[in-house]
Design a protein around this ligand. Structure first.
Ligand SMILES: Cc1ncc(COP(=O)(O)O)c(C=O)c1O
Length: 414
């Protein structure tokens, strides 16, 4: 199917808005195949994937994950009766819990990030018997009704109000507000991303997170670490919250948990926090949640991240990227005003949203995929897979250098 007919079908049978987004993005190619860090378009053009909204931490078509899935499918097992249990679930739960600090002992498998957030909202309310929830400025927790209520950006909410009531917003770093809100003693759960993703790759100050942790303990609020984007090694630590030495009551994981192949997410909690779901399994469930195929992907992913060289590899590749960004920032600080993040989760901060948009467009046309921050248009996300090579970083550097140069020329000519 040619590109224009494909767009036409999306426009006619799906969202016109998506057809416009695909149309104006300018690449003129649709995805045909992918391997490792690279996607190949239908006309043969190759794109280095440093975007995909941080889905492909383990690369495209990771062979360890694919083999595990193929083996399971060859036995005819993919969905589950939900009456008979299956071995994959037991193994996946055990392995996932083993990846987290010892105080987290229970897990539940779901399908999407937002669904894990919904489960956490419910658990916080059930456990504390309180209604109020708190989130930080710049947060992104998803787009289903509950998750959207904890997502900061007003543009995503449009005319969908009323969402959840009793939601309190705390500005990042505002310790006084944090203290007042939690001291009220009526907050069921405080949701944080230790490194905010969609909001603009903002690492939250460890001192702020430590204070949040302490206040949550003191006032009976559950601390929820949303690691859906930052977890599973992306920041060079298995969990981004480890950088702040805090002990969340609930951890949420998604995106790369299914290797970019199977949709799967998880809620992992302390035994105490999980108790309502322990007592009544029907309080939260989902037909596809914890299906054998998803469990196989989870098992394979836990084995990948536990390999001895995995985290040091992420750290090392993170330093390659950091030195490329440092050089670009030094050369073009009038355009690229800052960069942020850790490991393979980086933010490019531009001095104007026009520069960010022009860079995104140029990179896409030239063969480099980055992800925008839809709620923060001056920031682009650079979130490559861990299989990225040094030559790929050189390639990325070359394209970004030209993109930033073009922005400067634009500035000079205006
Ligand atoms: C931190 C965070 N939480 C929740 C979500 C929602 O996940 P999903 O899009 O799978 O529903 C995302 C998605 O980008 C995310 O980055």
């Amino acid at each position: 199917m040619d590109y224009q007919s494909l767009l036409q079908d999306i426009r006619t049978y799906g969202s016109k808005g998506w057809a416009i987004v695909y149309g104006v993005s300018g690449a003129g190619e649709h995805e045909r195949s992918a391997e490792g860090a690279w996607i190949t378009g239908h006309k043969g053009k190759r794109f280095l994937d440093c975007g995909s909204f941080a889905l492909f931490m383990f690369g495209h078509g990771n062979s360890k994950i694919l083999v595990a899935l193929q083996d399971l499918l060859s036995h005819g097992l993919s969905g589950t009766s939900r009456v008979l249990c299956h071995a994959e679930l037991a193994v996946a739960l055990k392995k996932l819990v083993a990846l987290t600090p010892p105080h987290l002992q229970k897990a539940m498998l779901l399908n999407s990030g937002s669904e894990a957030v919904e489960a956490a909202i419910k658990l916080c309310r059930l456990k504390t018997k309180r209604r109020k929830l708190a989130h930080l400025g710049g947060s992104y927790h998803g787009k289903t009704a509950g998750a959207l209520s904890l997502t900061d950006h007003a543009g995503f909410k449009a005319d969908t109000h009323p969402l959840l009531q009793d939601v309190v917003r705390i500005e990042r770093g505002d310790m006084a507000k944090l203290e007042t809100v939690l001291a009220s003693g009526d907050i069921a759960g405080l949701f944080v991303e230790a490194v905010q993703g969609e909001g603009g790759i903002h690492p939250i100050e460890p001192a702020f997170l430590q204070m949040a942790h302490q206040l949550c303990r003191q006032h009976g609020t559950l601390l929820v670490a949303d690691e859906i984007q930052s977890g599973l090694g992306r920041t060079g630590r298995l969990w981004a919250f480890e950088r702040s030495d805090i002990k969340p009551d609930i951890v949420l994981v998604g995106k790369s948990l299914g290797g970019g192949i199977v949709p799967v997410s998880a809620l992992i909690a302390s035994e105490a926090a999980f108790s309502p779901f322990d007592h009544n399994p029907y309080l939260h469930s989902s037909t596809y949640g914890g299906n054998p195929l998803a469990c196989r992907a989870v098992i394979a992913v836990t084995e990948i991240v536990q390999a001895k060289n995995f985290l040091p590899g992420v750290e090392q590749k993170g330093t390659w990227i950091e030195s490329a960004l440092d050089q670009l920032h030094g050369q073009f600080s009038d355009v690229l005003s800052a960069y942020s993040g850790f490991g393979l989760m980086r933010g490019l901060h531009f001095s104007s949203s026009t520069y960010a948009a022009k860079t995104l467009e140029y990179c896409l046309k030239t063969g480099l995929l980055l992800s925008p921050c839809l709620s923060n248009p001056t920031v682009l996300r650079l979130v490559p897979p861990y299989c990225i090579e040094h030559s790929d970083v050189d390639y990325m550097h070359g394209i970004l250098q030209q993109a930033l140069h073009n922005c400067r020329t634009l500035q000079e000519s205006s």
